[in-house]
Unconditional design. Structure first.
Length: 231
């Protein structure tokens, strides 16, 4: 496998250069962009990770992330927000958009490198399969998840999920009939290094139910225990 390709998006050129230098020392191939608008002109589907500032020019990092999550080719692209917006509400908003991690400025370079390794490690631990591997497909009636292509369809109509929503759905469908605690979901879907509130998981579940239509009713809540997918 070749080098991981990482894009750093920040309107502080000096910060871009610092991260680029240190990431390249770790063996990554690094691109930089000084605005979200510039970043969106790049071949984002060829990336393995984006490190994204929030407060930039006319198009914020949050707005860019929402665009990426709606595009088929970048819907599951890992994103780390790296920003001075460090309130709890900011972190919840970033994670709800579908970010894989959230780092508050000022930060240490060592911390960023550790977070990058963690996110890339998790992305590589998602289920792998060849096109001939039937285990890459999870089905329930007309609901189908293709883990290889990162696609969810209902009656052949594709449903758009954020990376976190997709990973939660895969987890619940793979453990049909079982109730998974919020802690179990956090450990499987979010990094141990990220503080995830119960509300963050609840918000993701609520959005998933709405997108799944009639199948949303199969995602059940056991108060005090967690969530499951019931046939």
């Amino acid at each position: 496998m070749g080098k991981y390709r990482i894009l750093v998006v920040d309107d502080e050129e000096s910060l871009c250069e610092i991260l680029k230098f240190n990431l390249e020392r770790e063996g990554y191939e690094v691109l930089t962009a000084l605005s979200a608008e510039e970043a969106l002109t790049l071949e984002l589907d060829k990336l393995d990770l984006i490190i994204l500032d929030v407060m930039m020019g006319e198009l914020s990092g949050f707005s860019m992330a929402k665009i990426l999550r709606k595009r088929r080719d970048t819907a599951t692209l890992p994103i780390i927000f790296c920003t001075a917006r460090d309130t709890e509400a900011d972190k919840i908003e970033g994670l709800d958009i579908g970010a894989d991690d959230y780092i508050a400025k000022p930060f240490s370079v060592a911390e960023v490198m550790a977070r990058v390794r963690s996110v890339l490690r998790r992305s590589q631990h998602l289920p792998k399969a060849t096109t001939e591997d039937s285990d890459s497909i999870i089905r329930f009636e007309d609901l189908e998840i293709n883990q290889l292509k990162k696609r969810c369809t209902i009656s052949d109509e594709e449903i758009s999920f954020t990376r976190k929503e997709f990973d939660i759905l895969v987890l619940l469908l793979s453990n049909r009939g079982s109730i998974l605690s919020r802690e179990q979901i956090m450990k499987r879907v979010w990094s141990d290094e990220v503080v995830v509130l119960d509300r963050t998981i609840d918000v993701n579940i609520t959005r998933m139910r709405k997108k799944l239509g009639k199948y949303g009713n199969h995602i059940i809540t056991r108060t005090g225990y967690g969530y499951g997918f019931e046939e």
